[in-house]
Design a protein around this ligand. Structure first.
Ligand code: SAM
Length: 210
């Protein structure tokens, strides 16, 4: 992690000018429990470092119930994947996890020239409104495993791509989903049904690969 020393110095100056209003924490964001930093209500507003934007987002989605909302800037392609609808090329694991936990709004696009120095890519800001129901850690983990398996081989039929979870046919039947469908055709609600079925059977069929 490389810190922008000028930004850190400017923030430190601001914090000094407004005692008690701003605290500067120099740390690897991947190792920080954002929900433990402050009492509720909490929001996250960030121009993310794009190289770690996805793991940061997934961590915050896991704890989404702790936040009132988030406004986050991503590389445009990532923002499009987050907000994508089923049956599109951009729809994938990140779309399902994000839209399952939050209402996601594609708020604005920014050209490279909006920054100095200009990056090579376009950027976009997504607004996240956490949904009322908190799935809890076990169901979130089941959804992560399910979407990783389903989209790991997105062109395959689900009865094939979900084999890695073990008991794919029984899982699909429990969720009422045809095994001949492909991951990208499933709605977030259908993924929710399958994640619950996966969790209900104990998360793992005997002998299945972890
Ligand atoms: C505001 S810039 C983002 C710029 C642009 N979005 C990009 O990714 O090129 C992100 C800031 O996060 C810092 N940063 C990078 N990785 C970090 C990490 N793991 N934890 C905390 N800060 C990090 C960088 O030093 C930089 O100052």
């Amino acid at each position: 992690m490389e810190l922008d020393r000028r930004a850190v110095a400017a923030l430190a100056e601001l914090a000094e000018a407004h005692p008690g209003r701003l605290t500067v924490l120099e740390a690897d964001a991947l190792g920080v429990d954002a929900a433990a930093l402050l009492p509720a209500p909490r929001k996250i507003v960030a121009n993310l470092p794009y190289n770690v934007a996805t793991p940061l987002l997934v961590g915050w989605l896991r704890a989404a119930a702790a936040f009132e909302g988030m406004a986050l800037m991503f590389q445009q392609e990532v923002a499009e994947r987050i907000c994508a609808a089923p049956d599109t090329d951009a729809y994938g694991r990140l779309s399902v996890l994000a839209q399952w936990r939050c209402r996601c709004d594609f708020l604005l696009r920014l050209p490279p020239g909006a920054f100095s120095p200009p990056p090579k890519v376009w950027s976009a800001v997504v607004g996240f409104g956490p949904r009322a129901e908190d799935p809890g850690p076990a169901l979130f983990a089941a959804m992560e495993r399910l979407t990783a398996a389903a989209f790991g081989q997105r062109r395959k039929m689900l009865r094939g791509s979900l084999k890695a979870l073990g008991g794919a046919e029984a899982l699909l039947e429990a969720a009422g989903i045809e095994g001949t469908r492909r991951a990208e055709t499933l709605t977030v609600a259908e993924f929710d049904r399958m994640a619950r079925a996966l969790l209900a059977r104990g998360g793992q069929a005997p002998g299945a690969a972890r």
